[in-house]
Ligand binder design. Structure first.
Ligand SMILES: *[C@@H]1O[C@H](CO)[C@@H](O)[C@H](O)[C@H]1NC(C)=O
Ligand SMILES: *[C@@H]1O[C@H](CO)[C@@H](O)[C@H](O)[C@H]1NC(C)=O
Length: 438
């Protein structure tokens, strides 16, 4: 009786499969140590090419597992996947995988210590401090790092295997038709056992970008079709639970295209006609034991800001149903301690055409793996709006009536300020900006 039970436990525990190059740790996580020394954002970028982030640690068992793995690879310090926004207060530390604030912590005394250090965190594996976490300046210090990707299902014939799916770009398929219209592309994908690809998280965006990195393809058709204007469904039947639509896109159409051009914030989506010929990506579900749901990459759609309210899952571009001219309601997020992307900020009182007089600061942030983009979709101010990087250096200022424009942060934090004292007096109506990670 006892041996049967033991056997059942062992075979259950041994069920996760990791992509090539990754090691299963605690039969739960797929991890890989990179021994080269990189600055934090460079390390995150390397992980993102594999569809992952720096490792997220949520239990003492995982913490020991990561320490052992890193120590065995000869690394005495490794970047880990979290970012802290305030000194001495680990309630402001967020996991890279969008699962929110920490439930388990292993900070050394006096940490996190942001001032003079920065919000990035590394783990020591040196004997006296093994498993302890320390703050370090993100853009100054280079060190080895540990990447984490979701477990998957093994499939010997699949070349691009990620998170339980096989990704098949049209230019790698055994077909003569590499760019075509939506219906033909979907038919080809079905003949290979899949569908045109749906996308459900920022790590998945990054994985798809990496597939096309040196392909020369700059536009990619996705498997989405509009059933109402600006309202899309995925053709594979999955939920439209993540939206990465370009807030500044002006095109319209009943299909979606992913931008793979050389712009820094590529990967964003815009509308195109379904009948245009485009390169496409097929995605086939792999058969096998279910992937542990706790390890799936979490979508970057719903983030919780520091005030504890959850931001809706739909791209703010499509959430224009603001109450009109109701004097007492304010959706500006003016003076929020920490506002996490994705979301929308506006000038105080917007869209009231007579902006109240006040001074506002917006402290905007996104998770540690990403940089933050501020996409001004409507802009009309007398005194300038200023956008600063996390060290207080001015990135950009703008005034008067401007066409929509974006300001891309140099890290995951920016501060925006505006003094609205002359806006109403000189007939300016304020601004609205969508905040996204890129
Ligand atoms: C830590 O930050 C949280 C949220 O910002 C706040 O509620 C709490 O009082 C802070 N704790 C300390 C010790 O500063
Ligand atoms: C925002 O904070 C500034 C500086 O503390 C203050 O002067 C201003 O009144 C605040 N604005 C609003 C709308 O609360």
């Amino acid at each position: 009786m006892r041996s049967v039970l033991l056997f059942a436990l062992v075979s259950y525990a041994a069920c996760i499969t990791c992509p090539t190059g990754f090691t299963a740790v605690n039969d739960q996580k797929c991890l890989r140590v990179f021994a080269n020394k990189l600055k934090h954002l460079e390390a995150e970028t390397d992980c993102s090419y594999l569809g992952g982030t720096l490792v997220t640690i949520k239990t003492a068992i995982d913490n020991r597992g990561v320490a052992t793995l890193a120590a065995n690879a000869g690394a005495s310090q490794v970047w880990i996947g979290m970012f802290c926004y305030a000194t001495g207060n680990s309630t402001t530390c967020y996991h890279d995988d969008n699962s929110g604030t920490l439930t388990y912590k292993s900070f050394a005394a006096g940490n996190p210590q942001i001032d003079g250090n920065g919000g990035c965190v590394y783990m020591s594996t040196a004997s006296k401090t093994s498993g302890q976490w320390f703050s370090a300046p993100c853009q100054v210090i280079g060190m080895p790092f540990v990447c984490e990707v979701p477990p998957t299902i093994s499939d010997p014939i699949c070349k691009r295997n990620y998170n339980g799916y096989c990704y098949m770009p049209s230019h790698e398929l055994k077909t003569d038709t590499v760019n075509t219209d939506f219906q033909t592309a979907q038919g080809i994908c079905q003949s290979f056992g899949g569908n045109l690809a749906s996308i459900h998280s920022k790590p998945e965006i990054d994985y798809v970008k990496a597939i096309y990195r040196s392909s020369g393809v700059t536009r990619l058709r996705l498997g989405a079709q509009a059933f109402l204007p600006d309202t899309f469904d995925w053709v594979d039947g999955s939920n439209f639970d993540f939206d990465y639509t370009d807030p500044l896109a002006t095109s319209s159409g009943d299909c979606l295209l992913m931008d793979l051009s050389s712009r820094v914030d590529n990967g964003l989506w815009s509308e195109v006609s379904c009948s245009d010929n485009e390169y496409f990506l097929c995605k086939r579900k792999l058969e096998g034991p279910t992937v542990a749901s706790t390890s799936a990459p979490v979508s970057t759609v719903a983030a919780t800001n520091a005030m504890g309210s959850t931001i809706a899952a739909v791209n703010p571009k499509f959430q224009r149903a603001l109450p009109h001219r109701q004097e007492l309601l304010d959706f500006s997020n003016c003076n929020t301690t920490l506002y996490m992307a994705p979301g929308v900020i506006t000038s105080f009182g917007y869209p009231n055409t007579k902006p109240p007089v006040t001074y506002c600061t917006w402290n905007l942030a996104t998770l540690g793996p990403y940089r933050i983009g501020v996409y001004f979709t409507d802009f009309s101010v007398y005194n300038p709006v200023y956008v600063y990087d996390e060290n207080g250096n001015l990135i950009r200022s703008g005034a008067y009536n401007l066409n929509p424009f974006s300001v891309l942060g140099t890290s995951n934090i920016v501060t925006v300020t505006h003094d609205s004292r002359y806006d109403a007096a000189y007939d300016y109506h304020g601004f609205s900006a969508t905040i996204l990670p890129f």
